[in-house]
Design a protein around this ligand. Sequence first.
Ligand SMILES: Cc1cc2nc3c(=O)[nH]c(=O)nc-3n(C[C@H](O)[C@H](O)[C@H](O)COP(=O)(O)OP(=O)(O)OC[C@H]3O[C@@H](n4cnc5c(N)ncnc54)[C@H](O)[C@@H]3O)c2cc1C
Length: 396
Amino acid sequence: MTTQSVAKVDLPYSDGDFFHFESMLPANESCRLDEIRSWLEAEVRPVAADHWNRSEFPQHLIPKVAELDIISPVRRQGHSHLFAGMLTAAIHRVDASFGTFFSGHDGLFTGSIELLGSEEQKADWLPDFYSLKKTGVFAITEPLAGSDVAGGTRTTARRDGDNWILNGEKRWIGNSTFSDYVIVWAKDTHDEQVKGFLVDTSTPGFKATLIPNRIALRAVQNADIVLEDVIVSNGMKLAGANSFRDTNKVLKSTRATVGWQAVGLQMAAFDVARKYAVERHQFGKPIASFQLIQEQLVTMLSNAQSSMGMMVRLAQLEDEGRSKNEHSAMAKAFVTKRMRESVAIGRSVLGGNGVAVDYEMAKIFCDAEAIYTYEGTYEINTLVAGRAITGLAAFV
Ligand SMILES: Cc1cc2nc3c(=O)[nH]c(=O)nc-3n(C[C@H](O)[C@H](O)[C@H](O)COP(=O)(O)OP(=O)(O)OC[C@H]3O[C@@H](n4cnc5c(N)ncnc54)[C@H](O)[C@@H]3O)c2cc1C
């Protein structure tokens, strides 16, 4: 099996950082990233494939990752967006299921509260979410509303005195079978605007059921949620979440994060493919000595590094407060498209072993499909960028 970490592989450019992007980080952030990488290699990589195969989330890692103190690297810890992006890529390079847990709790869930909570809500709620004493996820997609959730959300929120009553269904909601909280996005029956509510998953009327037989991110517990007369107090409505425009403030930042996830997966695919190609012999030679295989490895690394270049620039724009929805949309679309090509090449470099999870590549290949689709599909993010450069909306 070729499942060793890239750090142990004695190859030129062994870390895959061909254009030395990481040298853009200050020394303290670079050291911190190395510390987190060592933890990922020690704790996550050894258990990742087994949990993926069994479609079980390694919940025992949550208290351990809490000790690492990595939630909210930018807003709470004052790190750059570049550091946060490279952190996301580093986690996904080891395991995309674990990475999706981190990005879901950190960016989508905690990020929604940071961006849209009142000062009082933030003070009350965030400490437990930063320390991972409690975990949360983000629920917007529905069985009948995916790409069109902005206008198509069917889950309703009806104001009843000091409470709201939520009814409806959500689909694909990551880890909602065991999370303590879910931010549910629902349409206010009064003004038809989509609003966000912090829902305790133990509230009567809330039910999450694992979606079985998934081919991607199998360790993530994606679930169907049913909300039947779920009562939440008005204090649990995110104060600043009053229309889908507000939801989009969260998505702008998390779509950028998904771009970094796709960089991580491409680097993971490159790590596995290069190591395999150097070790695997056919016709009496390493397959890496064949010109066609070298072209494939170079294409994989070029894709990953050009993706990294776009993400680095996006991170700089975020740090300068100049990034817009169309920037993160174009980056998510471009990088995930490159990712799809990279992981397909990687799978082919491993020949038959490319379809066996024990060789890691099959897991990477399948996980890429989820990343290509979630947080706005390739098509939708392309249309967001297309609207920005033509002034014409191809979708409403
Ligand atoms: C593994 C996984 C995890 C997820 N986790 C979460 C989560 O935690 N929380 C959450 O809320 N959601 C989550 N999602 C849902 C995800 O965001 C949606 O699947 C995604 O937004 C697409 O919606 P859909 O599946 O309903 O596809 P549809 O919207 O039905 O799209 C089907 C196809 O039609 C295309 N299409 C649709 N409209 C147009 C158009 N106008 N022009 C061109 N093409 C179009 C799409 O691009 C796609 O190719 C997850 C999904 C997956 C697979």
